[in-house]
Design a protein around this ligand. Sequence first.
Ligand SMILES: NC(=O)c1ccc[n+]([C@@H]2O[C@H](COP(=O)([O-])OP(=O)(O)OC[C@H]3O[C@@H](n4cnc5c(N)ncnc54)[C@H](OP(=O)(O)O)[C@@H]3O)[C@@H](O)[C@H]2O)c1
Length: 310
Amino acid sequence: MRVHADAGPWLLDTEGRWRRDTEVTGPGMEAPDGTGGRLPRSPTVSCRHGFVQPLRQRRRKVRQALGRRNRAGTGAAVISMSTLGLIGSGHIGSTLARLGVAAGLEVVLSNSRGPETLADLVAELGPRARAATPAEAAAAGDWVVVTVPLKNYRQVPVAPLAGKVVLDTNNYYPERDGQIAELDAEETTTSELLQRHLPDAKVVKAFNNIFFAHLAALARPSGAVDRSALPIAGDDPEAKAAATRLIDLLGYDAVDAGPLGDSWRFQRDTPAYVVPYAKNPQGRGISVDDPGVSADAATVRAALAAAQRG
Ligand SMILES: NC(=O)c1ccc[n+]([C@@H]2O[C@H](COP(=O)([O-])OP(=O)(O)OC[C@H]3O[C@@H](n4cnc5c(N)ncnc54)[C@H](OP(=O)(O)O)[C@@H]3O)[C@@H](O)[C@H]2O)c1
């Protein structure tokens, strides 16, 4: 079943209750500028070429909408002792940071250029957020999300992630990451590469199959009729349970797609990749101005089952 996102995003209020953000008008990410109109039509992009132009405009709209959400939603004290560490603070990392702060988590962000370059984002996120080095973010997190371009996965710090639940958002784009023979030959998956790099961490694949703007727009409280589901894959049941708790806090149900070796079922160019969350899918791709539509667990399971390799 698909339900159209017909109201603004949800937020946690100071009592920890979810409610609609009435400051954001229209479906999903439409018209966060309050004009009541739709965002201008932008060129269509296919998944094969990544999420490209006009992303600058799209990012601004997402920041505006989530900024309102954060201002209205701060104060939730649901799980204030839990910390989300982020290695990578770009499109996905900053979106997860905003959702994490809105859910009452402490958030530690990091990137490759140094904490000082994240000052504006930290200021926007408020007192629950701080910037640090990747090693510090890794050490601080109860969950740590690795969300860097795949080509840089070997730069992720190893020692501070020992024993930790590490959520991996990475996708393989050879035009960005270079050719990786094992992936081209379908002998492994991106998350298994990260798991090999982090032998003592518990890697769970998550958040890789949804466009960052849809990740922001489709978050809903537990039990909402239009809540979406996200697939996860991992080899450690406890780590998958921990990942499921995080995903729930951030506004999504989780669907277990199996071990890391099965994570190809929601990698790029599969039916579960970005398209289930698009209101107007463009084949296997989406338009960057697509407002998003919820995809429940049954929809995600069906897409996972339809995946083919080779
Ligand atoms: N964009 C999406 O909608 C989307 C959706 C699902 C999955 N993904 C996947 O998720 C991953 C991240 O995507 P994104 O779009 O968020 O990328 P992005 O906007 O380019 O951001 C990448 C982030 O990673 C940081 N980074 C790069 N190398 C690093 C390193 N060695 N150590 C620490 N941080 C490092 C960058 O920091 P600096 O800027 O300082 O270099 C930046 O903050 C990619 O694998 C992508 O394919 C993306």
